[in-house]
Design a protein around this ligand. Structure first.
Ligand code: SF4
Length: 407
């Protein structure tokens, strides 16, 4: 079978390097399988051309469907585009790795925020929260505190990155991570920035670090894509993205668009509690010409936060949220071109379906409010900022549950 005839061929299995904040290597960020090896235990070569990785490539070339790639398979079955890279950069593919072209590098979990929808795997500021919630043990907490000290540094692999074309930095927060700036310096000093496409997932709280500033690098790259995680508007934003300031974010959004008017994308995680605030954010960026197109807004379902997901929307708030979405769809329809061209409409309609079918479970609700209370206490945030629902019953339910929780 020719490699491109394999129905599950994905070039990332040969040319992509995904490293998680705990130094594990996988096929890519949505690979659902076990780690292919940890860089603290094996060399990059031992992992990339190890028996497990080689068997994966052989299986795919033989036309096998891998369970670990199920996210791509499911999306393709639904007719939605997947991450799978079906084009080829080389002539032939066998069981051995090709040079790395795509680097997805999560240096560690160092972050300057304690967002309500995040966890200790991605933010050092949430280690104590997860410990209090019983999500991690004391020993896991100790390990997570040491990621930044123990993890391998990206420049240790610079010889393997000679052919790199695309780099995706995520975290933790990459812009407060020394490794990110070291890599940019290395590319600049070796005159390679101009051949590199840079992508980020960033909380956009800062575009400077020590003596570094993004302008010294981002103007020089071949292309730049800045996915900003911004899960709300104004006070709602500040509550959900604990530690961030709304005015700074607005300034930084504008600063990114000054460097490249199409660079900014919004990557927005939506649960039942921040949905209304997210819709206000979408309106704000449109009306202030901050986003060049609604194509640059990615709304995604919050996951991994028990009790906070849209599929767990409390009964008292279902109708109000559906009404909010419908009003926003009306608003969008007045911007006809935008409305017809982008997929925002379909994701919002899928939100309505999810809310309609959601299951209100009191235990899960309490777990979510407990998480909020722990973070509020640690970082002095105030739940009253988001008790702005029209239906007083949901505000009362949140408040009563909040008050009943002893931490
Ligand atoms: S098929 Fe999808 S999940 Fe599998 S490696 Fe490719 S992008 Fe990742």
């Amino acid at each position: 079978m020719e490699f491109l005839d394999s129905p599950y061929f994905c070039e990332y299995m040969w040319t992509h390097l995904y490293k998680s904040p705990d130094d594990n290597v996988k096929l890519c960020c949505i690979d659902k399988g076990d780690s292919l090896g940890n860089l603290q235990e094996k060399t990059l070569e031992e992992i990339r051309n190890g028996d497990v990785y080689k068997k994966i490539r052989k299986d795919v070339l033989a036309g096998k469907k891998l369970d670990r790639c199920k996210i791509c398979h499911e999306q393709e079955e639904k007719g939605i585009g997947s991450y799978r890279k079906t084009t080829a950069s080389f002539k032939n593919y066998d069981e051995y790795a090709k040079p790395i072209l795509f680097l997805d590098y999560r240096a560690d979990n160092t972050c300057n925020l304690a967002c309500k929808s995040c966890g200790s795997g991605f933010s050092t500021k949430l280690i104590d929260t997860d410990l209090k919630l019983g999500i991690i043990t004391e020993s896991e907490a100790s390990t997570k505190r040491l990621f930044s000290k123990k993890n391998k540094k990206v420049l240790e692999y610079k010889d393997a990155l000679n052919n790199i074309e695309n780099i995706y930095f995520a975290g933790g927060e990459p812009l407060v991570n020394q490794q990110h700036w070291d890599m940019l310096d290395y590319l600049k000093n070796t005159d390679r920035l101009k051949n590199i496409t840079l992508s980020y997932n960033t909380n956009l709280t800062t575009l400077t670090f020590k003596n570094y500033k993004v302008e010294d690098y981002w103007y020089d790259v071949e292309s730049i894509d800045v996915m900003a995680s911004i899960d709300g508007f104004d006070k709602g934003f500040e509550y959900f993205r604990t530690g961030a300031k709304w005015n700074t974010i607005v300034d930084n959004m504008k600063r990114v668009t000054r460097i490249n008017k199409n660079a900014l994308r919004l990557s927005i995680t939506v649960g039942w509690m921040n949905l209304k605030s997210v819709l206000d954010l979408c309106k704000f960026v449109l009306e202030n010409n901050i986003i060049s197109s609604y194509e640059n807004i990615d709304l995604t379902y919050m996951y991994g936060c028990e009790g906070g997901k849209l599929s767990e929307t409390p009964l008292e708030i279902k109708n109000e949220l559906i009404e909010n979405i419908n009003l926003f769809l009306d608003y969008l329809s007045n911007h006809k071109k935008i409305y017809e061209e982008n997929n925002l409409k379909s994701i919002l309609i899928s939100f309505i379906k999810t809310i309609n079918n959601s299951v209100d479970n009191d235990n899960s609700f309490k777990k979510w409010i407990t998480k909020l209370k722990i973070i509020d206490k640690q970082y002095k945030t105030n739940i009253n900022e988001i008790l702005t629902f029209k239906n007083p019953n949901i505000n009362n339910r949140i408040q009563n549950t909040y008050n009943s929780i002893v931490i």
